[in-house]
Design a protein around this ligand. Structure first.
Ligand code: FES
Length: 365
């Protein structure tokens, strides 16, 4: 039996492998630790004070940056941009990222400097042992923790602990400020001005969503589907552009008028079998364009809601609860397709306050 086996079988299961190491098993001598050299801050109190001031200054800058974050959030317009060469950057996002990033960086650098320059600097060896902790080990850990607190100098150099607490507390400001993005409260008026409206209005041309070329009624063949956008989308940029684009996307389809059902109240909404619908699924908002030419059905790939475009966009299958909103269209003097008005009902998924009972007039379906 080797020394290692003897040690394992004789003890209480706590085999210290490093201690049970016979010289015969490791014939190369352990060179031991190199000589320990004290740091400047160990031998020079002035240097230690200097390091303390540096760390505390870093922590003290964090509240300034946190307040800068809040100011940038509320004071910088969401439409402001700056150009760095070919980069066109949202100014508010730039400032929010810079202030929050710098604040976190300063906390990190301050903590590292504190550990490197001011906490006690001694080397120690911890031997491998069984994963089970006995009472002695636990007492040892508690003692070491207390010792660590002493060695961190947090009790002696109170400014470090206080400035760190101040820095961490200040980082709550960006967190709390970010909650403002959960708002504003969706009052009836606000809903009417945001999610219940799009940039479509009378006379806006329908354009191809990739080329932005206006679409003529004569461009479309029976059975064709084209993805479109309003022409006035080009006037927007940034967040405003993305929001408007998400809500105003449309599909334009041309069907043989003899094969579809167009209710009397919607006769004026189409041009010789060309109909226009919102592209946004009324279930949870996926964009749709899986078009079954023969049946006039439009299938949503997300959860298989199916809408009958040949019958006012009614739901014929799937979880969607509302028909696809239809955009009334006509042609202008040059033969281009234009909106006759905006959407008559809100586009997109349902929401708590949405009442779909008025979506259809009598006889629509
Ligand atoms: S999002 Fe279209 S079916 Fe769910």
């Amino acid at each position: 039996m080797t020394d290692l086996e003897r040690s394992a079988s004789a003890g209480d299961g706590h085999t210290d492998l490093a201690v049970a190491n016979p010289e015969s098993q490791y014939p190369v001598a352990d060179p031991g630790h190199p000589e320990h050299l004290p740091r400047l801050t160990d031998v020079d109190e002035a240097a230690a004070d200097r390091a303390t001031r540096q760390v505390a200054t870093m922590f003290a800058l964090v509240p300034v940056l946190a307040i800068g974050f809040a100011v940038a959030y509320f004071a910088v317009p969401k439409t402001a941009y700056v150009d760095f060469g070919f980069l066109h950057v949202d100014l508010q996002h730039l400032l929010l990222g810079t202030t929050a990033g710098l604040a976190l960086l300063l906390i990190g650098i301050g903590a590292v400097q504190w550990a490197r320059q001011l906490m006690d600097d001694h080397e120690m060896v911890d031997y491998r042992h069984s994963a089970t902790s006995d009472r002695d080990d636990r007492e040892y850990v508690v003692t070491e923790l207390q010792k660590g607190t002493e060695e961190s100098k947090i009790t002696r150099r109170k400014v470090l602990g206080r400035s760190l607490i101040g820095a961490l507390a200040a980082m709550g400001i960006p967190l709390i400020v970010s909650f403002a993005d959960l708002g504003p409260w969706p009052t009836k008026k606000r809903r009417a001005a945001t999610i219940e409206t799009t940039i479509w209005h009378e006379g806006v041309r329908l354009v191809n969503d990739v080329t932005y070329v206006p679409i003529k009624a004569s461009d479309l063949e029976i059975g064709q589907l084209v993805n479109g956008q309003p022409e006035n989308l080009k006037e927007l940029e940034g967040t405003e552009l993305q929001q408007a684009k998400a809500k105003s996307s449309i599909i334009i389809v041309r069907m043989d008028p003899r094969t579809i059902r167009i209710p009397a109240s919607r006769q004026e909404w189409q041009v010789g079998g060309i109909l226009c619908y919102s592209k946004i699924c009324t279930h949870v908002g996926c964009p749709i364009s899986l078009w079954e030419q023969q049946t006039h059905h439009l299938l949503c790939p997300c959860h298989q809601s199916t809408f009958d475009l040949g019958n006012s966009g009614l739901v014929i299958f799937g979880p969607a609860a509302r028909a696809l909103p239809q955009l009334p269209i006509t042609v202008d003097a040059e033969g281009y397709l234009v909106a006759r008005s905006g959407f008559t009902v809100p586009v997109g998924p349902s929401y708590f306050e949405r009442d779909s009972r008025d979506d259809f007039k009598e006889g629509d379906n």
